[in-house]
Design a protein around this ligand. Structure first.
Ligand SMILES: [Ca+2]
Ligand SMILES: [Ca+2]
Length: 181
C-alpha cells in the first residue's frame, strides 16, 4: 500500500513537472517570438529609412484606378502616382509636395513589418496632359488581400475646382506599406 501510494505520488510529481516544463517552453517561445518581431521592426526602421507605399487598384465601384509607388519623403525620388478614370481621363503626378505617414492603431498593414499604414499626400501634375493640376490623397493598408485597403483621391484645377474626387475600399488590387531606404 505504501509502495502504491509512493508510485502514485511519483507519477503525480512527474505529471506536474511535465506540465510545468511545457508551460515554460510555451512562455519561452512567446518571448522569443515577441523579441524577434520587435527586433525585425527595429531593423526595418533603422537610420535613413522612410515609409513607402506601392501597389494600386480600383476604388470601390467606380472606374477610378490608381497606380502608386510613393516614398514618405519629398526629397526622395522617384515618386509615382497615376490616376485614371472614365473614358481615358488621367492624372499623372509630377512633383510630390508634401507627405505624412502615420500609424492608424485600428488597422494593421500585415507583412512586411512597417511602422506606418496611412499615407496622406499632396502633389502637382498633369490632367489629360495639361499642367497645373493639384492632387491630394489618403491611402491606407490593412494587409492582404487588398480589399480592406482604402483610398481617397482628389484632383483640382488651378482655380480649386474639383476634377475628380473618389473614395472607397479597393475592389481590385492591393496597397503595401514597407520601410524603404
Ligand atoms: Ca496600425
Ligand atoms: Ca494591403
Amino acid at each position: 500500500m505504501h509502495c502504491l501510494t509512493g508510485e502514485t505520488n511519483y507519477r503525480g510529481r512527474k505529471s506536474i513537472v511535465r506540465k510545468t516544463f511545457t508551460t515554460v517552453l510555451v512562455i519561452f517561445a512567446l518571448v522569443i517570438a515577441i523579441l524577434a518581431t520587435a527586433f525585425g521592426v527595429a531593423l526595418a526602421q533603422g537610420p535613413g529609412t522612410t515609409c513607402a507605399v506601392t501597389g494600386g487598384g480600383t476604388i470601390g465601384d467606380s472606374t477610378v484606378r490608381i497606380g502608386v509607388a510613393l516614398k514618405c519623403d519629398v526629397t526622395r525620388a522617384p515618386n509615382i502616382l497615376n490616376i485614371s478614370w472614365g473614358a481615358g481621363n488621367c492624372f499623372h503626378l509630377d512633383t510630390l509636395t508634401q507627405a505624412i505617414c502615420t500609424d492608424d492603431p485600428s488597422i494593421s498593414p500585415g507583412r512586411p513589418p512597417c511602422n506606418c499604414d496611412t499615407y496622406e499626400g499632396w502633389g502637382v501634375g498633369r490632367y489629360n496632359a495639361v499642367d497645373g493640376y493639384q492632387a491630394r490623397w489618403i491611402f491606407t493598408d490593412a494587409g492582404e488581400p487588398g480589399t480592406t485597403d482604402w483610398a481617397w483621391v482628389k484632383v483640382t484645377d488651378a482655380g480649386g475646382t474639383t476634377v475628380l474626387e473618389q473614395s472607397g475600399f479597393l475592389r481590385f488590387g492591393n496597397l503595401e506599406f514597407r520601410n524603404s531606404r
